[in-house]
Design a protein around this ligand. Structure first.
Ligand code: MRU
Length: 333
């Protein structure tokens, strides 16, 4: 497989550390790396979606804490600045809370080095969790192949390696299938208005995974025609009851999947489960600018995410196995 670089990596030595990120606003046309040197750089990268996808946002926030402390900015300011960047992906808050908890347990004199270590651990654990998601998820694809002699997966947005530190969430089982010699074809929806489907098509193309780019609204027709064996999407925040926020349009795919008897899976690390959030109604939904729709002078609704009720989800593929959406307590850390 023509497998990619990591989306985020450290650079420099202990005296001058920085963080390199792959600029997703330039993809798929250009593969450009951006150097984050300050807290402001990290916050900007998350806000303008140079980095995106819940797990990668979490890892970037963790490195943002290390960068902020290296500038001698107080921890509370660092955390507040990063927390204000994007509201829905809970990995952001999860990473910030973990960083603050670990730092506050130790003497302030060691904070700078400790912050780098912990950010590194968060990134490393994301890679391991996503690899495990791939191994659990591939069993679903193997069983479809055994029953149908083909594997047709539909996904939405980008939940591939670009949305994480490596491997991806929803695409991890696809890559694991490819590594196991199992050919799967992926239906990739364009994901208006930010077109993250182009990122998915790009990374699948780089990895030589067969795929077809489709307009968002074709999902129902393709399922009705029997051309989809399962749907696998990622998640930005999963409430304790299994209701799942993911890129807007996910809910409509889940409804169509239920109508046509197509299994609908969510793939996400346990860091995306917000056990303090009781249900989907309590998940903050990011409302984005009208400019993203290319219009001006009219009322616009541009919610970046929607919520799929737990009852429409066949299972949640985590690093600890595939869990029914209403039984998340079984994987609570
Ligand atoms: O707004 P984005 O691009 O950061 O949102 C990302 C998503 O919603 C993806 O669908 C993904 O499934 C969640 S992160 C793996």
């Amino acid at each position: 497989m023509n497998y990619p670089l990591r989306t985020i990596q450290e650079d420099g030595d202990a005296a001058h550390r920085s963080v390199l990120i792959l600029d997703q606003t330039r993809l798929p046309l250009e593969t450009t790396f951006v150097r984050l040197q300050t807290l402001a750089d990290a916050a900007h990268a998350i806000r303008v979606m140079q980095v995106r996808g819940a797990p990668l946002i979490g890892a970037t926030a963790a490195y943002g804490v290390a960068l902020g402390l290296a500038e001698d900015i107080p921890l509370e300011t660092v955390v507040a600045t990063l927390a204000a960047t994007r509201p829905t992906a809970v990995n952001l808050n999860w990473a910030l809370e973990r960083m603050a908890r670990v730092l506050q347990k130790s003497a302030m004199t060691g904070w700078r080095e400790l912050a780098w270590q912990e950010a590194r651990a968060i990134a490393r654990e994301d890679v391991a969790a996503n690899a495990a998601i791939g191994q659990h998820g591939v069993e679903i694809l193997k069983s479809i192949a055994a029953q149908k002699g083909r594997v047709e997966v539909m996904t939405h947005c980008n939940a591939g390696w670009l949305a994480t530190v490596a491997h991806g969430t929803a695409l991890a089982p696809i890559y694991a299938a490819q590594a196991a010699g199992l050919a799967a074809h992926v239906w990739v929806s364009e994901t208006r208005p930010r077109n993250q489907g182009l990122l998915t098509a790009w990374e699948l193309g780089e990895a030589d995974v067969p795929h077809t780019f489709m307009v968002d609204n074709a999902a129902g027709l393709l399922m009705m025609q029997g051309r989809v064996d399962c749907v696998i999407v990622g998640a930005d925040r999963i409430a304790a009851n299994g209701d799942t926020a993911n890129k807007v349009g996910t809910y409509l795919k889940a409804l169509a999947a239920r109508a046509h008897g197509v299994p609908f899976y969510v793939a996400a690390p346990i860091s995306t489960i917000d056990f303090a959030c009781p249900d989907g109604a309590h998940i903050p939904i990011e409302e984005r600018a009208a400019e993203e729709l290319g219009v001006a002078g009219m009322a616009v609704a541009n919610p970046a995410f929607d919520v799929t009720p737990a009852g429409l989800i066949t299972g949640i593929i985590t690093e600890r196995g595939i869990v029914p959406a209403d039984q998340l307590a079984s994987v609570k850390p």
